[in-house]
Design a protein around this ligand. Structure first.
Ligand code: PAF
Length: 282
């Protein structure tokens, strides 16, 4: 497995692979890799002959009071994970390599960046879309692989690729969960024992929503109330949002119908956690 630290190096590595007509799969990450990332690398390996993983903690997607400086960076462990799961190359640039000057060009996917996580993280998705556009231009993959855990991010990146006619496809892989239901996330490492104990309540509240909908309930307001009751069992969890939205437009819906995304964010004292389920309801 090759490791590239510069844009020139990774471009050369990918050019060489494409000379042999290899389909290029790309897994963009911020490192601190876990089973969710591994599932993306494996899926990429199934669909593409050459798989690039990027490891870059992107400063432009962190707000001024967020965890940029303490974000975990277990580089050697990450490299070992990439290697043992079949990645062909890792692109691990420095912040100076990716942003040699103050960035003046931004990709802003309007509307879709505003609700849900966009409300409490107003510049987050601009940073995500911008770095993904840069990474896609650098790696030029055929397919990029993203996890459903970051549902809003996936919807935004898909829209960016469509709006900007990027010659590639976005593949979305299911959420990988701990045995107790907690969605895998690099930020789970921040949780102390008491927070970790309460964290599965996020998924429990989504399962309750699913049960209610399966039983014929279709009022978003009622479902949201039941989800709140479950989350409020925790004395530590502060609900940031629970949103029931149209899965394409991210607009709030009053009645459950069609492609629906139920998404939530919860602030624990040590970390902000998100989770979601997607449903297709008759
Ligand atoms: O999902 C992530 O880890 C990041 O938002 C991404 C897509 C790697 C962009 O920095």
């Amino acid at each position: 497995m090759k490791i590239a630290k510069t844009i020139d190096e990774i471009r050369m590595i990918v050019t060489e692979a494409t000379m042999f007509d290899k389909k290029v799969g790309f897994v963009p990450t911020m490192g601190a890799l876990h089973a969710g990332h591994i599932s993306l690398i494996k899926k990429a390996k199934q669909q593409c002959e050459f798989v690039v993983v990027s490891i870059f903690v992107n400063p432009t997607q962190f707000g001024p009071t967020e965890d940029l400086n303490k974000y975990p960076k277990p580089f050697d462990a990450d490299i070992a994970i990439c290697k043992s799961n079949g990645a062909d190359a890792v692109f691990a640039p420095s912040a100076e390599e990716m942003y040699p000057e103050r960035n003046l060009t931004w990709v802003n996917v309007e509307k879709l960046s505003e609700p849900l996580c966009g409300k409490s993280r107003p510049t987050h998705f601009r940073g995500v879309a911008t770095v993904c556009a840069k990474l896609f231009n650098i790696v030029q993959p055929d397919i990029a692989f993203f996890g459903q855990k970051d549902a809003q991010q996936v919807i935004i990146i898909k829209r960016m690729v469509a709006d900007l006619n990027m010659p590639m496809r976005i593949a979305v892989c299911p959420i990988v969960r701990e045995p107790d239901g907690l969605a895998m996330s690099s930020r789970n490492k921040y949780l102390n024992a008491a927070e970790r104990k309460d964290a599965p309540l996020l998924y429990a509240s989504l399962q309750e929503a699913q049960l209610l909908i399966n039983g014929g309930e279709c009022k978003s307001a009622f479902i949201t109330e039941q989800m709140k009751k479950i989350l409020n069992i925790s004395k530590l969890a502060e609900i940031d949002y629970i949103s029931i939205v149209n899965a394409d437009t991210l607009e709030e819906i009053e009645e459950i119908k069609g492609k629906v995304l139920i998404a939530l964010a919860v602030k624990m004292p040590s970390a902000r956690l998100i989770d979601n389920i997607m449903l297709d309801v008759e």
